[in-house]
Design a protein around this ligand. Structure first.
Ligand code: ATP
Ligand code: MG
Length: 432
């Protein structure tokens, strides 16, 4: 099929183009028929533009065609731009040729903002739901955020890498792995690139990866998914303070850039305050004390529950780090503190009561690493492909893992992580 090729996005149709011939293409957003004059509002990814069909001004055949149009039919329009005070955005297109590229049969839900469908329905019919302006805004911002993260890593001289997602052994000895049939053997989907990114510090020094992570957790919360995008960083010759400062810079740049996307933020009815650097760093022990003062009892050495994180966020108000966690509740590769080995060189970044990232200085000496494995009941024999690398000149290093969707969720003030994921995978959702 030969079809008209789009020359302009709707957002580029401005009064200054008056008199110029253009081709726009997209979907019928609205048809208004007031007899002698008919309006078709065409939507594309960038916005809306009005096409004006006036009897006497456009061929009768086009007027008849408009009568057959339904919302979401796919059309291309060749026409002449006309500045007009009364038209939407001060501009309209007078059509010369209209092609109907596809007819819509039926839409499973309202995308025009007249009826708000519930999240379950929207996810069931996600491809249609994604046409909604709010969703287009969310996923354009998501793309920008990813770019800002990537650019910041480049500025710090990190190399972007891709590590395998099909792996033979478990990263951290956990049971939260999905098994997959790998020819004659059982393999697993990677829950994190942890071991690979650490190994890569021995060659590439500073690496980052933005890729999927899989966790077979039976969680059913508004901030856990079974597949998510993990932003991972690992850097040689750095400790946890160095890597925290890079993470802080990433967060501030993400907020700064997003805060300037005013049109998209208006669609989402939110505004964004850029957090100030440096973020507050409170130790795990200070956090426990603060929580006790607020009548939340967390036992020494235990993880801080969700309500605890929320209370701390309310107290502190801005993004903050909880540092120096008990060594025993962090993974085996976490470096214990020299002066008090019961605490570790580790951190979590918390924004609006949600854990956004976890990181630490890592152990880079093989014997020490094996000792920590044994202490946690892990068999070093199962990690021989990893441990041998530590005999080949492993530098001191530090890193973090950040949940991209969690960051987007708090940044865009969405209540459910699923809102910022194109096709979420949770305990009960594998389709579409
Ligand atoms: P949580 O305690 O919230 O379950 P975690 O401490 O197990 O998270 P990490 O192993 O520290 O998670 O992973 C690094 C980051 O990846 C987390 O800080 C979080 O932002 C993100 N993340 C972890 N698990 C999930 C998940 N199931 N869904 C979405 N994001 C996740
Ligand atoms: Mg964590």
């Amino acid at each position: 099929m030969k079809f008209l090729k789009k020359t302009h996005w709707t957002s580029e149709i401005r009064p200054e183009l008056d008199g110029k011939e253009v081709v726009v293409a997209g979907w019928v957003w609205e048809v208004r028929d007031i007899g002698k004059i008919k309006f078709v509002v065409l939507r594309d990814r960038e916005g809306l533009v009005q096409i004006t069909f006036k009897r006497g001004e456009v061929p009768e055949s086009l007027l008849n065609l408009v009568k057959t149009l339904r919302k979401e039919d796919v059309i291309a329009v060749r026409g002449v731009v006309r500045a007009s005070k009364i038209a939407r955005a001060g501009v309209e297109i007078i059509p010369v040729e209209v092609q109907v590229l596809n007819r819509v049969k039926q839409l499973p839900l309202d995308i025009w903002g007249e009826v708000e469908s519930e999240l379950g329905t929207r996810l069931r019919y996600r491809a249609a739901d994604l046409k909604r302006p709010e969703n287009i805004a969310i996923f354009k911002i998501s793309s920008t955020v990813t770019k800002v993260i990537r650019d910041t890593f480049y500025d710090y001289n990190f190399v972007e890498v891709f590590t395998p997602k099909i792996i033979a052994t478990c990263t951290e000895g956990g049971a939260e792995l999905f098994a997959v049939q790998y020819f004659e053997r059982t393999a697993y989907l990677a829950q994190s690139p942890q071991l690979y990114k650490e190994q890569l510090t021995a060659s590439l020094e500073r690496v980052f990866e933005i890729g999927p992570a899989f966790r077979a957790e039976r969680h059913n919360t508004t901030y856990h998914l079974n597949e998510f995008v993990s932003v991972d960083a690992e850097a040689a010759f750095m400790d946890y303070n160095d890597i925290m400062s890079i993470l802080e810079d990433i967060i501030v740049r993400v907020y700064e850039t997003t805060s300037r996307l005013t049109e998209l933020l208006n669609v989402l009815k939110i505004s964004i305050t850029v957090p100030r650097r440096p973020f507050k760093r409170i130790t795990y022990d200070e956090a426990i004390d603060l929580l006790r003062k607020n009548n939340i009892d967390v036992r020494q050495g235990e993880d801080i529950p969700q309500t605890g994180l929320e209370v701390l966020s309310e107290e502190i108000g801005e993004p903050f780090f909880i540092v120096d966690w008990p060594t025993d509740i962090r993974p085996f590769y976490t470096m214990p503190k020299e002066e008090d080995p019961s605490r570790s060189e580790s951190f979590d970044l918390i924004i609006d009561g949600i854990e956004i990232a976890s990181g630490s200085t890592r152990i880079h000496v093989r014997e020490k690493l094996e000792e920590e494995m044994r202490r946690r009941g892990l068999n070093p024999e199962n990690f021989k492909f990893h441990l041998e690398v530590f005999d080949w000149g492993m530098p001191p290093h530090a890193g973090f893992g950040l949940g991209l969707y969690r960051l987007l969720m708090v940044l865009l003030k969405r209540r459910n992580i699923r809102e910022v994921v194109l096709y979420p995978r949770d305990r009960f959702r594998l389709e579409p």
